[in-house]
Design a protein around this ligand. Structure first.
Ligand SMILES: O=C(O)[C@H](O)COP(=O)(O)O
Length: 206
């Protein structure tokens, strides 16, 4: 049985381009982001992959990325579940702030801790651990059972909601996930065993 799980971070958004902390805000894809989504769809098509079910967040940059990918695969109208459990990490009070300006105001090290530490949240926002605490229950109750039943599954979501899932899938330590950067619009292809363990992983960025 093919237990296929493809994860893809949304294409570049307007606020990625402007270098702003985005979190739960809802900017659109840029032209480059749209192009990245088309490329992701082409890459999956070239690998002759298709899907039985899709999952995405409540935010339009991820939904549009998924729509474009499905269009490239000739699969518009595929059964799709949208849920805020897959939303980006909430950046709290620093949402909307420029990342360079935040470094000037709070210091390089503090901003790095907010962005990449495991369990220290930005003020009023979510740490990666808190993000995992909503992503993983949703993954385990809604997504994984379908993958294990043989439904070929694609998940279009966000840098940190996907990092929290990848940490669990690949059994990474807080130190290891710290260094894991996900490219915009770049699919990662997993094949799972009957218990949900990873048999193979192919990051199309490599
Ligand atoms: O929410 C954001 O600003 C980005 O999508 C992810 O931010 P990060 O690169 O700080 O994890």
């Amino acid at each position: 049985m093919d237990r296929l799980l493809v994860l893809v971070r949304h294409g570049q958004s307007d606020w990625n381009l402007k270098n702003l902390f985005t979190g739960w805000k809802n900017p659109d894809l840029t032209e480059q982001g749209v192009a990245e989504a088309h490329k992701a769809g082409e890459q999956l098509r070239d690998l002759k992959l298709s899907f039985d079910v899709a999952f995405t967040s409540d935010l339009s940059r991820a939904q549009k990325t998924l729509d474009i990918i499905l269009e490239e695969l000739g699969q518009t109208g595929l059964e799709t579940f949208k849920d805020q459990a897959l939303n980006e990490r909430d950046y709290g009070d620093i949402t909307g702030m420029n990342k360079d300006e935040a470094r000037e105001k709070f210091g390089e090290e503090q901003v790095h801790i907010w962005r990449r530490s495991y369990d220290i949240p930005p003020p009023g926002g979510e740490s990666l651990k808190m993000t995992a605490e909503r992503v993983l229950p949703y993954y385990k109750s809604e997504i994984l059972p379908r993958v294990l039943a043989g439904s070929r599954t694609i998940v279009a979501a966000h840098g940190n909601s996907l990092r929290s899932l990848i940490m669990d899938l690949e059994d990474l330590s807080p130190e290891e996930i710290l260094k894991r950067e996900l490219g915009t619009g770049t699919p990662i292809i997993y094949r799972l065993d009957e218990n949900g363990g990873v048999v193979s992983v192919q990051d199309l960025a490599d």
